[in-house]
Write a protein that binds this ligand. Structure first.
Ligand code: PEP
Ligand code: MG
Length: 290
């Protein structure tokens, strides 16, 4: 029934007055692809690397990425996000006392640059093999220097559209400057909330602090959306908040251009947006910020 509902819910997403909002899928592999969305907004590549004592080979990676690129036209692929809630034994990283604040996401590249190099090569090769033009982004980008370095390396491999996830408040505050290095941003509200409120995203006692309606988080999202508008570049949300039909209009009111979510959430988010004008979404955002 879920599959049918999603398949029936098609076409471009948008508000009642026709303001377009791309509705995209969060996937972990080609198996998660479904019809009815406008592409993939977050391809989490960790699945290939989980529970392994050795890194997946270049060829294995090419095959897995090509399977997604060959079946969906618009795909945003995220490079490996290791660490904290996604420990990857093959990396052999030392145990850390404070892993959420340690070597995770793009920071793994500081100690093991070959992992990202091989992955970017594999993404570029899978793109060539399928004739696709995937967008590529890095997780846990914190500074403009990191964004610039990632952008340069990805482009050297022939990747044309390069972006970053915004998961760290420092990066959100510098969104405008980041967009001089990058083509797009994707806000990961799960981690952005964790780092904004200094509250472990899996901590059951702190869920009120992690509520994405917290004005401090909304302010950071608004900064990113404004920077995107000024630069004429897309800024989406791919955290859990994007798939919540109550929050989605608010995020659109803040100015984000796409929402990426689990397939099961697409029909309800589509309906919620179609019921409101852009001005009504903006009014909700203003009220929430207040
Ligand atoms: C996020 O942090 O919001 C996000 C989408 O990434 P992940 O949940 O994979 O950390
Ligand atoms: Mg994250």
């Amino acid at each position: 029934a879920e599959r049918r509902r999603l398949a029936e819910s098609r076409g471009p997403g948008g508000t009642a007055d026709g303001h377009p909002v791309k509705l995209l899928l969060n996937i972990g592999s080609a198996e998660d692809l479904r019809p009815g969305a406008e592409g993939v907004g977050l391809f989490r590549t960790e699945f290939l690397f989980l529970d392994r004592t050795r890194a997946p080979s270049f060829e294995e990676q090419v095959a897995a990425y090509a399977q997604v690129f060959g079946n969906e036209e618009h795909v945003i692929v995220r490079t490996l996000d290791a660490g904290t809630d996604k420990p990857l034994p093959f990396l052999g990283l030392p145990r850390e006392d404070n892993p959420a604040l340690g070597v995770r996401g793009l920071r793994v590249d500081r100690v093991l640059p070959a992992v990202l190099d091989t992955q970017l090569d594999a993404i570029a090769e899978a793109a060539r093999a399928t004739g696709a033009r995937p967008w590529v982004m890095a997780p846990m980008v914190t500074t403009v220097a990191e964004a610039g370095d990632f952008s340069r390396r990805a482009r050297e491999k022939g990747i044309v559209t390069v972006g970053a996830m915004i998961e760290v408040p420092a990066a959100a505050l510098r969104a405008g400057r980041l967009l001089r290095e990058l083509d797009f941003l994707s806000i990961g509200t799960n981690d952005l909330a964790q780092y904004t409120f200094a509250a472990d995203r899996q901590h059951s006692t702190l869920t009120d602090l992690l509520d994405p309606r917290q004005p401090a988080l909304l302010e950071l999202i608004a900064i990113c959306a404004r920077a995107g508008r000024e630069a004429g570049k897309p800024v989406g949300v791919c955290g859990e908040a994007a798939g919540d039909p109550v929050l989605a209009p608010l995020l659109v009111g803040l100015g984000v251009t796409s929402l990426s979510m689990a397939a099961v959430s697409v029909p309800a988010v589509r309906e919620a947006l179609a019921a409101l004008t852009l001005e009504e979404c903006r009014a909700r955002a203003r009220t929430a910020l207040d």
